[in-house]
Write a protein that binds this ligand. Structure first.
Ligand code: GLU
Length: 461
């Protein structure tokens, strides 16, 4: 085992969405590629918004995707004392201060700065308050804690394995809030402290975190704690080029699961985004991990494509062993026994874009099922056609499609489409589908008879 340790650190305030999947997958791939460890840490310090149901759902979605984590799940809240300790240390060394500015003051400051063409940063009003004044005002006024970065000299260097060293002059940074007025921590401090405490060596995340990383490097260095190597990848955008939002329901993993997506399809299309050099025939995540090259991950934003994911789904579906497909079909055909489902999987496998497409062929397993395609085909073939087809079938033995079709042709005079289409619709309910020799083999002698008799009844009605 190498000393690489990565992590996925979701805040349990919503369902897993595509942006999360990408970050989780990249960190997972990095750890697996290097024979390291991949940790799962819930950043649950925002108590009001964190919910147990999301924790469970996120774990469940990760398992479904096959993104297994090493060791126990970690909860950020377990380190609350360490976070307090870090803040105290930063305060004692003069690197954190209380800020008493009210929201309206801050708004005014921001407006003023903008009107002067300056970035809307904190004005620094409380930066140099004396310790006595700060302690005294804290008795009656509400306050937040800020890091005293902006006025420090020099620069912060974020070591980024994708971008090289990214330097920020402290004067260009802000004094970010690390503790809110209600006493809760913002994401910055706990996230950085925990990376150090959990021994994270590499942190892969979206480049919207780049400035946060500068703040975090600054504070970890002040506390003499280990700074991870960062890999800030380009953001994942929606099909429309806009940032993917957590709240876009269709982009939640749970929604895709309900839609019947194969988890491997999501892994395949996600792993290839911004990492174009993976061969097409690599089917599983562990194989992808071997070929994964973090250095190839794009620092530009990449666009998500639902079509591409569903194309992978279809490709993987066609390659699925019949037993596995049968298990998935079981979700749609609850009263069909497993052996029959395996046969159905063998029969339909190559014809399905989605698993639920099998429902269109319900007539193959249930003679009472509705016809998918137009019954007009049956009516225009006429009752005599089916009577003769049944007669010929009864007069033959075995399940020989070719022989049967030839006899029906001879007896009815129908050929080509006029011959094949009504027979196909009568037996499968659909105008397209698997080869008829396979269909009749699956239905067997009795199955064909039942369907022809049913059609005769319907056309007669
Ligand atoms: N909890 C943070 C988030 O969900 C973690 C970001 C990170 O990967 O450091 O955005």
């Amino acid at each position: 085992m190498s000393d690489v340790v990565t992590r996925f650190a979701p805040s349990p305030t919503g369902m897993l969405h595509l942006g999360n999947v990408r970050t989780a997958l990249l960190n997972w791939l990095y750890a697996r590629k290097h024979g390291g460890r991949f940790l799962l840490r819930f950043e649950d310090t925002d108590r009001e918004r964190s919910e147990a149901e999301y924790i469970e759902a996120i774990e469940d979605d990760l398992k479904w995707l096959g993104l297994d984590w090493d060791g126990e799940v970690i909860f950020q809240s377990a380190h609350a004392e360490k976070h307090r300790g870090a803040l105290n240390a930063l305060e004692s060394s003069g690197h954190a201060y209380r800020c008493f500015c009210t929201e309206s003051q801050l708004n005014l400051d921001r407006k003023l700065a903008t009107s002067r063409g300056l970035p809307p940063r904190y004005s620094g009003r409380c930066r140099e308050l004396s310790n006595e004044e700060s302690v005294e005002r804290a008795e009656n006024e509400s306050y937040v804690w800020r890091l005293k970065i902006k006025n420090s000299s020099g620069e912060v260097v974020v070591k980024d394995a994708l971008r090289g060293d990214v330097s920020f002059a402290c004067r260009d940074l802000d004094d970010p809030v690390v503790v809110r007025s209600d006493g809760t921590f913002t994401f910055l401090l706990p996230n950085a402290i925990d990376d150090a405490l959990d021994g994270i060596t590499h942190t892969m995340r979206g480049d919207d975190h780049l400035t946060n990383s500068a703040y975090q490097v600054w504070l970890l260095e002040r506390l003499d704690m280990k700074v991870p190597v960062y890999l800030h990848h380009g953001l994942l955008l929606g099909q429309d080029g806009a940032k993917l939002s957590k709240r876009t329901g269709s982009h939640s993993v749970s929604h895709l699961r309900i839609e019947g997506l194969l988890p491997a399809a999501l892994i395949q299309s996600m792993a290839r985004l911004g990492h174009p050099n993976l061969p097409d025939d690599v089917a599983d995540a562990n194989e992808i991990a071997k070929l994964f090259n973090a250095e190839h991950v794009s620092t530009s934003s990449v666009r998500w494509s639902d079509e591409q994911m569903w194309r992978w789904h279809e490709k993987l579906l066609h390659a699925l062993p019949a037993i596995s497909l049968a298990n998935l079909l079981g979700g749609h055909f609850s009263d069909v026994d497993h052996e029959k489902l395996v046969g159905l999987a063998e029969l339909l496998g190559g014809n399905l874009e989605r698993v639920e497409d099998a429902l269109k062929y319900a007539r193959i397993v249930d003679v009472t099922a509705d016809f998918q395609d137009d019954e007009r085909v049956l009516r225009s073939a006429g009752i005599d056609f089916f009577r003769q087809a049944l007669e010929t079938w009864n007069g033959s033995s075995g399940v020989d499609w070719k022989g049967w079709a030839a006899s029906v042709k001879e007896l009815t005079g129908c050929k080509g489409k006029q011959l094949f289409l009504p027979l196909r619709v009568a037996l499968t309910g659909m105008e397209h589908g698997p080869e008829m020799s396979h269909v009749v083999a699956y239905l067997g002698r009795e199955g064909v008879i039942l369907r022809l008799e049913d059609v005769i009844r319907r056309v007669n009605a």
